[in-house]
Every structure is written in structure tokens, then in C-alpha cells.
Design a protein around this ligand. Structure first.
Ligand SMILES: Nc1ncnc2c1ncn2[C@@H]1O[C@H](COP(=O)(O)OP(=O)(O)OP(=O)(O)O)[C@@H](O)[C@H]1O
Ligand SMILES: [Mg+2]
Length: 365
């Protein structure tokens, strides 16, 4: 199953009004094919009464041609300049009200991606920015716990759907869609699959489902206006990750690592993931986490438990900035467990390190 074959099948789906196929009409955009999963957008120039039936016709044709295929189609209206209000509504969905989207990633698990993402979000909010964080770790979400919001169920609100029409005879008359309202705490808007699934529910999703859940989390959230949206990615660098992030227009990526003699290959994979032709995202730099251990009572002592300067050397090797070296501090781990990120404090080694990181992100972008 490849793009050509899918396009061929979609070419049999005809718009009844002008006898042309959805492919000929240029309605099919962002076509992605992975294993057993097809996703694309049907983009209409204006609200089209046929959109829903064309969508079902595409699903039907694909399922007939490829039994068992998963199909995910997003119907959009590209309102152009004509209907500015609709466009604004669409903008929310397309993250257009979000100035800068930054992915926090690593080739490796357990190096502190979530810790860095959550604390950076708090540090940016402390600087007065409007910040959101999307916990993209749909397999093992940790943001609700790290922010002490795990008992909150996000509210839903209704807005006009992009297809909504004022014409009572239209099938989209007054059509609404539901959006999740992110949970607000510490001046940051948080959203995570963890708010909808209990921690003990193992989220063992197949790739396509994970991608679908992430897209929903990214696009079906009422973010409002944001200066920064951080995305905390799950560990790994596979196709799933590439497919997840290729949909989203990223301003840059931060790679987190420990100084340990980790296989440079892991970080290389992390960096390469963002160089992928579908992603093409600049690397803002490397954050070396757990750089050394500093006992609270001996703030000037550094113990290089996991080795020294591994992240720094990697940054040099790959010619990207070393953005921060964050020490191992008990309050970081405790803050994560208690839901009070260490960056909330003032004038501590850790909060200063995150404030400096936030400053670099602010300047680099
Ligand atoms: N600088 C630090 N000092 C002390 N503890 C830390 C530090 N950074 C992270 N930790 C702790 O290490 C553990 C792993 O961190 P975290 O969950 O952020 O890693 P991760 O890379 O997001 O993991 P995963 O790959 O599972 O998503 C957590 O218990 C966290 O509190
Ligand atoms: Mg994590």
C-alpha cells in the first residue's frame, strides 16, 4: 500500500456536482501512508454540502480496495480571505494562534524529557509568556502527575465547526464541534491523554491509534492564544514519532540527554528524526540533564555521577548549541512526584538553570 495506490483508489471517488474526482479537484492534501494506516485531509474551498458524503465515499473505497485499512480523514474548509471569522476558528484547530511550537525529544527514555518540558513551560510562564504543554507521550503520560493535576477532568466547550453554515437547509446548519479545554495551573495550559485514561490503564496502542490520539490532542484543544506550545514527546525515534511530528508545524526541537556515555547513536537518531524530509525542524540545541549531583547543603560541590560533559561533547560534535546543564537535585525529583515543578521556586540552582534555558529559547527563536 503506497501513495500511488491510494491516490488511484481516491481517483474513483467522484464529486457529483462536477463529475471530477476528489484527486482531480485537488481536495486531497497531506496524504500519509504508513503500514496499514492512511490519513489525509479533504480541503474544500468553501463549505460544501457534499463533504460528509465524499468523506464516507473515500473511506468506503479505501476499505474495499484494502480490507482492514485504518483511514483517518480530516475535513477542512480553507476559507481564504472571504470569511475571516471561520478562518479564525480554523486557525485554532490548525494551531495558528500558537506562535511557536517546540518539541522536547530524546532518542532515549528516562533522561528527563518530561521534567525538562514541564519546568521549561513553568519558566517561560514566569517570564510572562502564554504557554501550553502537550503531553504527547500517549503511551506513558507523566505530565498530570508532575503538575499535580491528575484528578482533573478537562472541560469540553463547543465552537462553530469549520463547516458550520447559517443556511437552515444545509446539513452543516449551525454545526458545532467539541474542543477540550486544557487544564490551567502554574500559569501554563496542560493537556495530556492522562486526563482521560487512568494511570493503571496500560495505553498499549497501535501506532496509528497513537498518532490519531496525538493529532486529536493537538488540534481538538481550545488553546486560545499561546506564545509557546511545548510538546513532550515519548521516548524513541521511530516512524510513529516522525508521523506524529510531521503533521505539526514545529519552530524547533530540544534534545534532552544525560552526560552518560550513552551511545551517541541515540542522540544522532534524535537529531536525524528532525532532519527527516517530512519534519525539517531546526534543532534549537541540547539540554544535558543530570549533569552532576549537588547536595542542597553544599551548593558549590559537584559530583559527576553519570560522567562529565557528555551532552556538551555531543553538542560540539553535531554543531548545535548546548542550551543548559541541569544538575541532579532532590527537589527536581520530589517536585515531579508532588506535582510542584522545581522551576516554580525562586533563586535556586535549578530554577535559575531553567530560567536561563527559557531565556535562550526566547532569544534563539
Ligand atoms: N535533574 C534532575 N534531578 C533529579 N531527578 C531528576 C532530574 N531530571 C529528571 N529526574 C527524575 O528522573 C525520572 C525520569 O525523568 P522524566 O520522567 O522526566 O524522564 P523522561 O525522559 O520523560 O522519561 P520517559 O522516557 O519515560 O518519558 C523522574 O523521576 C524525574 O523526577
Ligand atoms: Mg516523559
Amino acid at each position: 500500500m503506497n501513495i500511488q495506490e491510494i491516490t488511484k483508489v481516491l481517483s474513483t471517488v467522484i464529486h457529483p456536482e462536477n463529475d471530477k474526482s476528489v484527486v482531480e479537484l485537488g481536495l486531497v492534501q497531506n496524504l500519509k501512508v504508513m503500514e496499514n494506516y492512511v490519513s489525509f485531509r479533504l480541503v474544500f474551498k468553501r463549505s460544501d454540502p457534499m463533504s460528509a458524503s465524499l468523506k464516507s465515499a473515500c473511506v468506503k473505497a479505501l476499505k474495499e480496495a484494502f480490507p482492514g485499512v485504518d483511514v483517518d480523514i480530516l475535513v477542512l474548509v480553507d476559507a481564504g480571505g472571504a470569511t475571516a471569522k471561520k478562518k479564525a476558528e480554523l486557525g485554532k484547530e490548525e494551531l495558528e494562534n500558537v506562535a511557536k511550537v517546540i518539541a522536547v525529544a530524546s532518542g532515549k527514555g528516562g533522561v528527563g524529557k518530561s521534567t525538562v518540558a514541564v519546568n521549561l513551560a513553568v519558566a517561560l510562564a514566569k517570564k510572562g509568556y502564554k504557554v501550553g504543554l502537550l503531553d504527547a507521550d500517549v503511551y506513558g503520560p507523566s505530565v498530570p502527575k508532575m503538575t499535580g493535576t491528575e484528578d482533573i477532568l478537562p472541560e469540553m466547550i463547543q465552537v462553530d465547526s469549520p463547516l458550520a453554515s447559517d443556511d437552515p437547509s444545509s446539513e452543516h446548519y449551525n454545526e458545532k464541534k467539541n474542543l477540550m479545554v486544557p487544564v490551567e495551573k502554574y500559569g501554563v495550559k496542560w493537556i495530556s491523554i492522562g486526563y482521560f485514561a487512568k494511570p493503571e490503564q496500560a495505553l498499549i496502542w497501535r501506532g496509528p491509534l497513537a498518532c490519531g490520539a496525538l493529532k486529536q490532542l493537538a488540534y481538538e484543544v481550545y488553546w486560545g492564544e499561546l506564545d509557546y506550545l511545548l510538546i513532550d514527546l515519548p521516548p524513541g525515534t521511530g516512524d510513529i514519532h516522525i508521523s506524529m511530528i510531521s503533521e505539526i508545524d514545529l519552530a524547533g526541537a530540544i534534545i534532552v540527554t544525560t552526560p552518560q556515555n550513552v551511545a551517541l547513536a541515540d542522540v544522532e537518531k534524535g537529531i536525524n528524526m528532525f532532519a527527516n524530509k517530512d519534519v525539517q525542524t531546526p534543532i534549537l540545541g541540547i539540554v544535558e540533564n543530570m549533569s552532576w549531583f549537588t547536595p542542597a547543603e553544599l551548593p558549590d560541590n559537584k559530583y559527576f555521577i553519570f560522567g562529565k560533559d557528555g551532552g556538551k561533547k555531543m553538542a560540539e560534535k553535531y554543531n548545535v548549541p548546548l542550551l543548559a546543564q541541569i544538575p541532579i537535585v532532590q527537589s527536581v525529583m520530589e517536585g515531579g512526584d508532588k506535582g510542584t515543578p522545581a522551576a516554580l521556586e525562586d533563586n535556586t540552582i535549578v530554577s535559575d538553570a531553567f530560567a536561563e534555558l527559557a531565556g535562550k529559547i526566547e532569544r534563539n527563536l
